[in-house]
Design a protein around this ligand. Structure first.
Ligand code: HEC
Length: 464
């Protein structure tokens, strides 16, 4: 339930961000500067930007409550009460406050007219995008790492591309449609805007593909993870939609626009697309309304891509083997809570929203502990190189997706706390047949072991 809400909020946030960046980029890069035809389009774009900023403020508020909820683990009312703590005491809070300041400044910048104000607004929108990159998977390894910078480029380029499309479809071209019934000369403007946007979109797309490929390489252990893991499957669906989007864009650029601007794009690619279109679609009516219909179609696909992106953000990637160890670090890169003794006593002994959090471990070392203690004698762990179990015990494949770290730790420290039912799992005394490891494990080894088991598994959110 919380996950669904989180995905919806993230989707809205991504859409608002893309709309904002795309709309501002249209004004800065695409709308012909001296064109009087675009006055009404510019006026619409300003309203559009304000709506997007409103959306970002709303989703930011929702995000902080959601964050408080995962941290505090309580109900909604409790979460709202923890919000000040999250804002004042956590890393997320600092990023969040920075974003709110940027959004407030944006309202001022968008309210002013003139080209320079648009450029400033676009730069500010870029910092809002940066705050998004800072709270995504790429930031799992730190704040100013190449991963974060690449993810930032990815967010920027994708926002330019998809947000620009959406803004073009529902803001700028509405003016074009109206003009179609009246002044015929304005069709030229639609074509010209289309051509300029198409160039911008092509560059953005190239950046999206390069940065996206890097992201996929980091987040996926191998190609098979594309269909073996939930994260991979969502990514695959997203890729398919992106390919469809690119195909539509290619028809626009190489088949339709040249007719409207009465030029023919040259080159092998252009000819291939024209040929493919003739074969599969037949001749395209080269009217601005066809162009507009296609752009609307692209915009809808773009919105769906953003939805899948939001779902990816809420699921845990099956990491590249070399990165597995860092997953544990990430769980540990948590914010400290500060409190005085008096505050603690007053709050009932623990800070508000406190829960027992297991410190981070090193998953790679944990794998060696698992092997040394021969846990595989009773537990199957698919995908890992152990011999088949010879004694009774539940399979641990995917355990990270089912249980929080603290539960796994307890299972090892005290097998009898929760006894899983199964054939041979308990002895005649009714107690677990799993040995006690209190003498065999150091605290560090226990943490590493838990980190290792946490990385075994599908879709899970980071839990203490
Ligand atoms: C002699 C067989 C045996 C060995 C060796 C053994 N276990 Fe177990 N383990 C069991 C049995 C049986 C259960 C189920 C009963 C219970 O809950 O204790 C279990 C349960 C668990 C669970 C809880 C599983 C769940 O889904 O709730 C975890 C985690 C676990 N073992 C981890 C380990 C680790 C890590 C090691 C090695 C350090 C290990 N086990 C070694 C037999 C074994």
């Amino acid at each position: 339930m919380t996950v669904v809400v989180a995905i919806l909020v993230r989707w809205l946030a991504l859409a608002a961000l893309a709309g904002l960046i795309g709309g501002l980029a249209l004004e800065v890069f695409v709308l012909p500067v001296d064109e009087t035809d675009t006055v009404s389009a510019r006026r619409r774009l300003r309203v559009w930007s304000l709506v997007c900023i409103g959306g970002l403020l709303l989703t930011s508020a929702a995000e902080v409550v959601l964050r408080a909820r995962t941290m505090g683990g309580g109900g909604w009312a409790e979460s709202v009460r923890v919000v000040p703590l999250v804002l004042s005491r956590t890393h997320f809070g600092v990023i969040w406050l920075g974003r709110i300041v940027a959004l407030a400044t944006l309202v001022v910048a968008v309210g002013r007219s003139g080209y320079r104000a648009r450029v400033v607004a676009l730069a500010l929108a870029g910092t809002v995008a940066f705050s998004t990159a800072l709270s995504g998977h790429a930031a799992d390894w730190g704040d100013l790492t190449p991963s974060v910078l690449l993810d930032w480029s990815h967010v920027l380029a994708a926002s330019l591309w998809i947000g620009g499309l959406v803004a073009l479809a529902i803001v700028v071209f509405r003016a074009g449609v109206v003009a179609r019934h009246g002044v015929v000369a304005r069709n030229g403007v639609v074509a010209r805007i289309g051509a300029r946007f198409s160039r911008l979109a092509a560059w953005s797309l190239a950046a999206v593909i390069v940065t996206g490929a890097y992201n996929a390489w980091v987040q996926l252990p191998d190609v098979a993870a594309l269909w073996n893991t939930p994260y991979g499957r969502i990514l695959l669906a997203k890729l398919i939609l992106v390919v469809a989007l690119v195909a539509l864009g290619a028809v626009n650029r190489y088949a339709l626009l040249p007719r409207l601007t009465h030029t023919r794009a040259r080159g092998v690619l252009a000819r291939t697309v024209r040929l493919a279109r003739l074969t599969f679609v037949g001749p395209v009516r080269g009217s601005p309304s066809t162009l507009i219909a296609l752009v609307v179609g692209e915009a809808a696909l773009g919105a769906a891509v953003l939805g899948l992106t939001a779902a990816l953000g809420e699921s845990t990637p099956a990491r590249h083997a070399g990165h597995v160890a860092h997953v544990a670090e990430l769980d540990g890169a948590r914010e400290s809570i500060h409190a005085t003794i008096e505050q603690l006593h007053e709050a009932g002994g623990v800070p508000r929203g406190w829960r027992f959090r297991l410190p981070p471990g090193d998953a790679q070392r944990g794998g060696r502990v698992f092997a040394r203690l021969q846990c595989y004698r009773c537990h199957r762990l698919r995908g890992e190189p152990y011999p088949a179990p010879s004694a009774a015990g539940p399979e641990l494949t995917g355990i990270g997706g089912h249980h929080p770290a603290s539960y796994i730790a307890e299972s090892i420290l005290d097998p009898n706390a929760v006894i899983v039912e199964g054939p041979g799992y308990t002895g005649r005394d009714g107690r677990s047949t799993m040995p006690a490891y209190r003498e065999a494990l150091s605290v560090g080894e226990l943490l590493d072991l838990v980190a290792y088991l946490e990385t075994q598994g599908g879709m899970h959110r980071h839990r203490p």
